[in-house]
Write a protein that binds this ligand. Structure first.
Ligand code: PGA
Length: 253
């Protein structure tokens, strides 16, 4: 059975004080949640304070991005060893806002995934189609390319340490969630693609998250889909009670 993984992506929101309070609230509510992997990804300048708040709890720390070189003259960038030093366990790679607002290519995303694995942390490879791509039936083409290119060169062993987040761009921050059936359809397609690339055993072990307007009132249906192993949560992760309810999803059998 794949262990569920729920990650909050705080994006570029909040003050230091708000980040610390959010982390403290999440720790208070989720201190005894044993059966789900939980992480929060604050903005870089808040990592250390959030790390201190969630200490001695099951909540882990994640980063929203990284650079692939371990050190050097790369002004403004943050390396994987630095993130490890700051206490991160997860790093988001190729979030759609980085791909589409900041212009990250598949090649950059691939280098980031490889660097995160080399550093011993867990990459969360984000993949997903834009609205116009879905409308011209290009969803599978785009998602296949994001998965193939993002994981190119990995062994089947390494691939199992990657978490993949399927985030249809049209569902991010829009209040429009993919229906559970739409999410399941793409997750099944991703698992099939992984099977072709890394073998059936690896494909069955790799955890697939859904992201895009996940809320307390839709998480149970999404998590009840056979290939949805977790959720990547933006807006609703900025509220202690919403994120708590999401982390305590109830699968329908
Ligand atoms: P959202 O963001 O939950 O606000 O739609 C999800 C994400 O971008 O990871």
């Amino acid at each position: 059975m794949r262990r569920p993984v729920v990650i909050g992506n705080w994006k570029m929101h909040g003050s230091l004080k708000e980040a610390a309070a959010l982390a403290a609230g999440i720790k208070r509510n989720l201190f005894d949640l044993a059966e789900v992997d939980i992480a929060v990804c604050p903005p870089f300048p808040y990592l250390l304070d959030v790390r201190d708040e969630i200490e001695n709890s099951p909540v882990r720390l994640g980063a929203q991005d990284c650079y692939w070189e371990p050190k050097g003259a790369f002004t403004g960038e943050v390396s994987v060893p630095m993130l490890k030093d700051a206490g991160c366990a997860y790093v988001l790679c190729g979030h759609s806002e980085r791909r589409h607002v900041l212009g990250e290519s598949n090649e950059w995303v691939r280098k980031k995934v490889a660097a995160v694995l080399a550093g011993g942390l867990t990459p969360v490879l984000c993949v997903g189609e834009k609205l116009d791509e879905r409308e011209r039936w290009a969803t599978e083409h785009v998602v296949r390319e994001h998965v193939e290119e993002g994981m190119r060169g990995l062994s089947s062993q390494q691939a199992q340490d990657v978490v993949i987040a399927y985030e249809p761009v049209w569902a991010i921050g829009t209040g429009k969630t993919a229906t559970p059936d739409q999410a399941q359809e793409v997750h099944a397609f991703i698992r099939k693609t992984l099977g072709r690339l890394f073998g059936e055993g690896a494909a069955q072990a790799i955890r697939l998250q859904y992201g895009g307007s996940v809320k307390p009132d839709n998480v149970d249906d999404l998590m009840s889909q056979p290939d949805v192993d977790g959720v990547l949560v933006g807006g609703a992760s900025l509220d202690v009670e919403s994120f708590t309810r999401i982390a305590k999803f109830r699968r329908k059998t």
